[in-house]
Ligand binder design. Structure first.
Ligand code: F0G
Length: 436
């Protein structure tokens, strides 16, 4: 694209409206507000169309096969040759009658973002964030993480040939995610403290120019640009039919913010004709957003908490994108709710048993949906798109703990492995007693 068009993409402060250029690293406004990528949409009307995006589904070009870059007109202005892609964004859209009935809704589609190259939705934001890091000439990229961002950052940094630093809360990240991050070659720095402590630390590191570190957490507005494509991709898979409700888990609240921005843009460009309701579900032990929502987002209603939940991906007590996500919930007349760890694990067992599988944080969606329908806050005939954010194998410890022997029937669907002697008699005795 020509320089004049490139200059049209800016960073805008959501609080005071000041604009900044995109060619200098910046994560916050000088007033402290969060920044958003703004691209004039007028020039895209009649260009960024359903027909264009649909035509790319038949293309073999890597850039078209990416469920992120297929929507590249909506992501800014990158030269194709500079794009760091695997490609990503190609997860299935599941529609399982048992899960629809269990949720108690009219229709339920589950977009599986855990089927991304590193097993989580973070790859969508990372392909754009890493491409931008390269444009800025960054040599080292960094993030704080509850495990998925770090794995994604490590993998994309390896692809791009950049050094990667990841700050993770010591002892609070699943073993698989730490292993993945190490294996892809990033430095794993285990911080004594929780996610929120690690998040504050990495921001200080990124704000110290002599370290030359580019921050790729979801405070980085280019990450959110990539995550917008979850919505575009899911809508395309639904033949551009808009569901009544979109439900997703909430941790640092980047995804709620990104999907809200995507909806505004899709509406403005005529890709969709109505706004669905966004439902963000938190774990009840890590629910400052749900608590603020319960008080109508009144001034003073947002209070950081010390977070505790089995869903370690969303064990976050002071989400960085709170103001953006609050505005999205207001705009879509959405709902924020919280569910217990037991409810998350019961919902996860349902998703797993349907042959789909996901990590605990992702299952908060189904748990929240079921609870809201049961409470009459959502209609039982509503159509729903749920975002499954991470893969089943991301957290094998939780699976093993859930499926250990369950003599008192406390864990619905518990399916412990059975150990036998290597004889046919042992197999026969077993099969005679097993309900197949
Ligand atoms: N689900 C999974 C599997 C996650 O890893 C995360 C966030 C979320 C949901 C919440 O998304 O932060 O946009 O509200 N994981 C981050 C990480 C914090 O470091 O991997 P959010």
């Amino acid at each position: 694209m020509v320089a004049a068009e490139r200059a049209a993409v800016r960073l805008i402060c959501a609080e005071c409206g000041i604009a900044y250029p995109t060619d200098v690293p910046r994560y916050r406004c000088s007033c402290g507000g969060l920044l958003t990528v703004e691209q004039p949409l007028g020039a895209l009307r009649g260009v960024a169309t359903r027909a264009l995006f649909d035509s790319r589904l038949a293309s073999r070009a890597r850039i078209d096969q990416s469920g992120v870059w297929r929507f590249r007109e909506l992501l800014g202005d990158y030269d194709e040759a500079s794009i760091v892609t695997k490609p990503e964004g190609r997860g299935n859209l599941y529609d399982d009658a048992r899960l629809t009935a269990w949720a108690g809704v009219g229709a339920l589609w589950m977009k599986h973002e855990g089927e991304n190259p590193t097993g989580s939705f973070k790859d969508r934001g990372m392909t754009v964030g890493m491409t931008h890091a390269r444009r800025l000439g960054a040599r080292t990229v960094a993030c704080a993480s509850s495990g998925n961002t770090s794995a994604s950052l490590a993998s994309y940094a390896a692809t791009a040939g950049l050094a990667a630093l990841t700050f993770v809360p010591e002892g609070k990240v699943s073993a698989a995610k730490v292993a993945q991050t190490i294996a892809y070659g990033a430095k794993v720095i285990q911080v004594r403290g929780d996610f929120d402590v690690a998040m504050r630390l990495v921001q200080e590191v990124a704000d110290t120019p002599e370290y030359g570190v580019y921050l790729l957490n979801s405070i980085n507005p280019f990450r959110l640009e990539g995550q917008k494509t979850i919505l575009f991709d899911a809508l395309q898979a639904l033949d551009w039919r808009v569901p009544d409700v979109i439900v997703l888990p909430g941790g640092n609240l980047g995804n709620t913010s990104a999907i809200g921005k995507a909806l505004e843009e899709a509406l403005s460009l005529g890709l969709i004709d109505r706004m669905p309701q966004i439902v963000t579900v938190q774990a009840s032990g890590a629910a400052p957003f749900a608590a603020a929502f319960a008080q109508g987002f009144a001034p003073g209603s947002y209070r950081p908490v010390e977070a505790h939940t089995v869903a370690t991906a969303i064990q976050i007590g002071d989400p960085i994108s709170y103001p953006r996500a609050r505005d999205v919930i207001r705009r879509t007349e959405g709902i924020v709710t919280a569910v217990s760890d037991a409810a998350i694990l019961a919902a996860k067992a349902q998703i797993d048993r349907a042959g789909i599988g996901c990590e605990p944080a992702s299952a908060a969606t189904l748990a929240g949906l079921r609870a809201l329908v049961a409470a009459g806050q959502l209609r039982d005939d509503c159509t729903v798109l749920a975002i499954l954010t991470g893969h089943l194998m991301k957290d094998a410890e939780v699976v093993a703990a859930y499926h250990r022997p369950d003599p008192h029937g406390e864990r619905p669907g518990a399916n412990p492995p059975i150990t036998i002697d290597p004889t046919l008699d042992a197999v026969k005795a077993l099969l005679d007693g097993v309900d197949r």
